[in-house]
Design a protein around this ligand. Structure first.
Ligand SMILES: Nc1ncnc2c1ncn2[C@@H]1O[C@H](COP(=O)(O)OP(=O)(O)OP(=O)(O)O)[C@@H](O)[C@H]1O
Ligand SMILES: [Mg+2]
Length: 374
């Protein structure tokens, strides 16, 4: 028997695509409607076939009509969701001429994700660190590549940072990962320096650290390579975590700022092939405070105050598909109900709605005991 939500979606299929204006006027069999004065129009609608039911609702392989693109479907997702009275509709790429419509009847991101949830799905593989739940019930795994985290104060950047940092601890204990932290405001990383091989807070020290990592990159560049991607026999992976990027890139001391900018630029552009990844967090997305966003392989956009700022993180026009500016602010009064909600853009440009985990002081404290490393 068809589940009730699938029935509801299919029975209002044409009404939803009417509302989205995704339909083609054709002189073939189709529905007659009189939405033009004195004229009968025959419409053809996208055909769909049901894929196995997903954890949040129906999954429908849907035809892209002539004259439309997958982006048109993506932009209409909110209209489809309104007609179907569901939380969201996610449009995913599919075989030629089709998209997959994933109907989200139940919002899996409503409840916070905890450290214990992460521990359950970790494998210890430093190249796949689970950090956030996706709205379709999967896990977003940090892919060990440079990542930009942008979100207003209180949006939940720290959860993303600590999920990555704690997720690398098992590999760090095995000597596969070296973790360094830069915290120019000394408020985040300073709360758990034991999770890093080196944590620095002063701009001079941060400059020296970036210089040292850039030199290590140069050394790795010169060493003869047998494989295209980094292998552990050539040295450990190095992760550089920076909370508050702008404090470094707007440093008033020009020589120090320019040197840090240059080193960071080299690490971002070339680090990946040599086992070096930078994770940078910022409240603001402007180029003059975070550098060139396109240098980062993955971009994470948490709550921001307006669509223009979302576009600065994810690319022009992306705020229509990933409306991070519509996330209501999280605060104590609403129990931080929306903290950690974000859109992640992977290296293919695909946007995924996620909720990052929230780690408490006690969660970080537990890593002082080696037995806690998962
Ligand atoms: N993923 C989450 N789920 C639930 N609650 C969260 C989550 N992340 C953060 N919180 C709550 O929201 C508060 C603010 O989040 P957080 O410190 O991560 O903000 P931030 O983005 O780092 O802000 P700032 O730029 O001011 O440092 C936290 O103290 C915590 O109570
Ligand atoms: Mg923070």
């Amino acid at each position: 028997m068809q589940d009730p939500l699938t029935r509801r979606v299919l029975s209002s299929w044409r009404r939803a695509f009417d509302a989205a204006k995704i339909r083609v006027e054709l002189p073939v069999a189709g529905r007659r409607s009189r939405d033009r004065v004195g004229q009968t129009i025959r419409w053809t609608y996208p055909r769909c076939s049901e894929l196995p039911l997903g954890p949040t609702g129906p999954v429908l392989l849907t035809e892209i009509l002539d004259g439309f693109t997958a982006d048109d479907y993506r932009r209409s997702a909110a209209i489809l969701a309104t007609v179907w009275r569901v939380s969201r509709v996610v449009v995913e790429p599919a075989e030629a001429g089709h998209v997959i419509l994933r109907v989200i009847g139940r919002d899996l991101l409503r409840d916070p994700i905890t450290h214990a949830d992460l521990v359950r799905v970790r494998t210890g593989d430093p190249l796949r660190v689970p950090c956030a739940r996706t709205e379709t019930g999967d896990w977003w795994e940090w892919p060990y590549s440079s990542t930009l985290l942008v979100g207003a104060s209180g949006s939940g950047k720290s959860g993303a940072v600590w999920s990555i940092v704690t997720g690398l601890q098992a590999a760090r204990r095995r000597g596969e990962v070296v973790l360094v932290g830069c915290d120019p405001k000394a408020i985040e990383i300073r709360t758990a320096p034991w999770l890093f091989d080196l944590a620095v807070y002063e701009l001079d020290e941060i400059g020296d650290l970036l210089e040292a990592v850039a030199q290590e990159l140069q050394r790795r560049l010169r060493a003869p390579a047998t494989a295209r991607s980094w292998t552990l026999d050539r040295g450990p992976l190095i992760a550089v975590v920076i909370d508050e990027l702008p404090a470094i890139l707007t440093d008033r001391v020009r020589t120090r700022r320019e040197a840090a900018q240059q080193n960071l630029d080299v690490l971002l552009r070339m680090g990946r092939s040599f086992g070096i990844a930078v994770v940078g967090a910022s409240q603001a997305p402007q180029k003059d405070v975070i550098g060139d966003r396109t240098n980062y392989v993955s971009r994470v956009c948490l709550r921001l105050p307006n669509a223009r700022e979302v576009d600065l993180v994810l690319g022009e026009g992306q705020s229509t598909v990933a409306p991070a500016h519509m996330i209501p602010p999280a605060h104590a009064a609403n129990g931080y109900a929306t903290a950690g909600l974000a859109w992640v853009q992977d290296e293919t440009g695909h946007l995924i709605r996620v909720r990052f985990a929230h780690l408490t002081d006690a969660d970080r404290e537990a890593y002082r005991r080696p037995s806690a490393v998962a």
